[in-house]
Design a protein. Sequence first.
Length: 292
Amino acid sequence: MVSVVKKVKKGAAYHYLRYHIAGLEKTRYLGRSIPDDVETRKREFELDMLRLQWRPVLECIRAGYAKVPESQRIDDYEEFSYRFTHDTQKIEGSSLTKKETYELLRFNLTPAQKPESDMLEAKIHHQVFTDMAKKPPPRLDMRRAMSWHKTMFEKTKPEIAGVLRRHAVFITGSDSRFPHHQFVPALARDFFKWLNSRDSLKAMSPVELAGTAHFRFVNIHPFGDGNGRTSRLLMNYILVKDGYPPLNIRFSDRYQYYCVLEKRNLQYDEMHFLKWFVKYYMKRNGQYGGSM
C-alpha cells in the first residue's frame, strides 16, 4: 500500500513515499537517500492516510449516536449486553446458546443440563458490563481491571480471579506467544501508564485507542484465564466513556477475529489488527451514520 519511489530531476535522485489505493494517491518526501528507518516511516504514512479516511466516518457514527437520548442509551446497554455477554463468553467456550443467555439474563430462567459455571459467568459478566457502561469510572487502571476480573471469576475460578499470572500460558491450537510471567507486572503498569497518558489520544480517535488497547492488553495476557473477556470489556469502556457506541465482536465472526489476532501476535503488528478492528467497528455501527 505504501511504496518508495525515486524521481530524478536534473540528474539528482529524490526519494518519496507513495500511498495509492482506490484512486487516492499521496506522496511524502523522504530525502536524497533512503533513510534507515524507512519501514517505520512507511507505517506512519500509511496510518496517517488511513486516519484521513476513518475520521469522517467515525465522527459521523459518534454524532449519530449522540442523538440517542441518554435514557434510551441506558436501556440499550441492557439489550446490548445480552448479545455481548453471549458472544464474548461463547468465544471463550461457553455452552450457552444465544436464546439461553437471553432468557437467563432477562428472565432468570435457568437452562437445563448446562454447566453452572457458564451460567454464573454469564450473569456476572452482564452485571459488570452494565454497571460499567451506565457509569464509566473516570479512569481505568490495573486495580480496576483486576477488580473486574476478580468479580467475573471469583465464583468459578477463585484461584486465578483478580491475580496476575505466575506461570506460562498457551492457547490450544495456536502459535501465539505471550510474555514470560516475570515481566507481566511491569508490562501491565506500562500499559496503563500509556492508556492514561495524553499521548494515547494525541493522534488516535477513541475507536483506534479501543482497538489498540484491546490488542496490547490481550498480548500481555496478564491473567491465567479471562484475558479475552477482560480486554473486550476494557475496549468497550473506552468506547462508552468517549461517547461512542459499544462493540460486540460476534461469535459468528470468531475465525476472522482469531486469525487476525494470532497472525498479528506472531508479528506483534498492532497496526494490521487496528486496520481490521476499525473497519469492523464501522461496519457494525453503520446504523448511526457514515459509510466507507
